[in-house]
Design a protein around this ligand. Structure first.
Ligand code: OGA
Ligand code: MN
Length: 304
């Protein structure tokens, strides 16, 4: 049953842009309720246009978080946690991101440190299309999450660089998470050329918008295997320095009840550290994606 609030909102919930780079607030939707087709279409359209959507003031159970996310695509299961994490969440689809310890074990991943720029699960062959992160407890300050528009990062590269990277693939390291922690099963030491992980096109075409985006995934142990190692490192450093320029980014300051939905196909994200004495608990779903589509040189010339 739709609430009265959502019935009114399906007529025209406001979409309020959050920055010139990306992000918009969707105001007036209660995501605990079933969304009508019009509200869902509005979300899809706004998501394609703004890349990151924020819904404030939500109150969601895990099942409601799952149900809302699943309207946008079949969900991916929780990826393996770092060694020692003991999540109490029953759902196979809700990942806990938290620094809180219970009985000597963290209840979620990523701790209280900085998480470096990354795309979720880009180290698998078919990474998620998007993620929805819902704030249950947040620290008084710190722990902000930055988002980075990878369409803009690609479009603003010098033309010769844009063309020279079109045919290249990059390896996305599976061995460490974005906080630097070792993933279960990858306790050894790895170098960029030797580390395992999925190979993806450096430039991917978004299946919904048709736009091309830089697909960097994560810097640690990244590798472009078709180039000599030194050239791979230099090119990646150049691309990363450009892609993470502040003008392509927007930073979310969390309030309890915020749900932020981002598109992993054209957005990277990062997180600031926060005071480890404070509690932060976030629940995340992963919306299933498709194998990244390599950008075609022909398509590239028609978009500019
Ligand atoms: C994530 C993530 C950042 C944060 O959930 O994928 O990177 O702000 N989280 O907790
Ligand atoms: Mn992440």
């Amino acid at each position: 049953m739709s609430s009265v609030k959502n019935q009114r909102a399906t007529e025209a919930p406001p979409v309020v842009p959050l920055s010139s780079a990306l992000g918009a607030d969707i105001v007036g939707l209660d995501l605990s309720q079933h969304l009508g087709d019009a509200a869902l279409q509005l979300i899809r359209d706004a998501w394609a246009r703004h890349l990151v959507l924020r819904f404030r003031g939500q109150k969601l159970t895990d099942l409601q978080l799952e149900r809302f996310s699943a309207r946008l695509g079949p969900l991916d299961r929780v990826p393996p946690y770092s060694p020692g994490v003991k999540s109490h969440v029953q759902s196979d689809y809700v990942t806990v991101i938290s620094n809180v310890m219970e009985n000597g074990s963290p209840i979620g991943d990523l701790g209280d440190g900085e998480a470096l720029w990354h795309t979720d699960m880009s180290y698998v062959e078919v990474p998620p299309a998007g993620s929805a992160l819902y704030a249950l407890e947040v620290p008084a300050s710190g722990g902000n999450t930055g988002f980075d528009n990878m369409y803009l990062a690609y479009e603003t590269l010098p033309a010769d660089v844009r063309h020279s990277i079109l045919a290249l693939q990059c390896k996305h390291d599976i061995t460490r998470n974005s906080g630097g922690g070792k993933r279960s099963g990858y306790e050894g030491e790895y170098s960029a050329r030797g580390a395992p992980g999925a190979l993806h096109p450096l430039v991917r075409t978004h299946p919904v918008t048709g736009r091309n985006a830089l697909f960097l995934g994560r810097r640690r142990n990244a590798d472009i295997p078709s180039l000599p190692e030194k050239e791979s490192e230099e090119l990646l450093d150049q691309l990363w320095a450009h892609a993470t320029s502040p003008q392509f980014t927007w930073h979310q300051q969390w309030k309890v009840g915020d749900l932020v939905l981002w598109d992993n196909r054209c957005v990277m994200h990062r997180r600031d550290a926060f005071d480890g004495k404070e509690r932060r608990i976030m629940h995340r779903t992963q919306i299933g994606g498709e194998r990244p589509i390599p950008a075609q040189p022909a398509g590239e010339s028609t978009t500019h």
